[in-house]
Design a protein. Structure first.
Length: 124
């Protein structure tokens, strides 16, 4: 959810969201990422998490990305403009966006993992 907030704020803030009601957008893309991060920091995991174990959380976004790119190439629809090669200047630019988001996942995930493991010891 932290990545949802970051990606939305940087890449999708000025994108037309169609029929999405403004309050839903605010809750989903701004409030919930903050709530989830606050929850993680206030009530950190009870057991120590390793980076390898946390990396399993990247499987779903990776599978989703592959699906979106394959489906988009077939039907011509991409759910986000930064994944549409026709809108951003080709698959090379799409790949750069994907790598940047992946690196953001690693950095933010690493920070939250470290804080969750560290705060656990002070709270519990």
């Amino acid at each position: 959810m932290a990545i949802v907030g970051i990606v939305f704020s940087i890449l999708l803030r000025d994108v037309d969201l169609g029929h999405l009601l403004p309050w839903i957008n605010t809750v989903l893309h701004y409030i919930m990422p903050l709530v989830v991060v606050a929850d993680w920091l206030i009530l950190p995991p009870k057991s120590r998490l390793t980076f390898g174990r946390a990396a399993y959380a990247l499987v779903y976004p990776l599978v989703y990305l592959v699906y979106v790119l394959i489906r988009g190439a077939i039907v011509g629809f991409y759910p986000y403009p930064f994944l549409n090669p026709a809108q951003v200047g080709g698959y090379g630019v799409v790949a750069l966006y994907c790598v940047a988001i992946f690196v953001t996942f690693l950095i933010v995930g690493g920070i939250l993992l470290y804080l969750g493991n560290t705060l656990k010891r002070h709270v519990g």
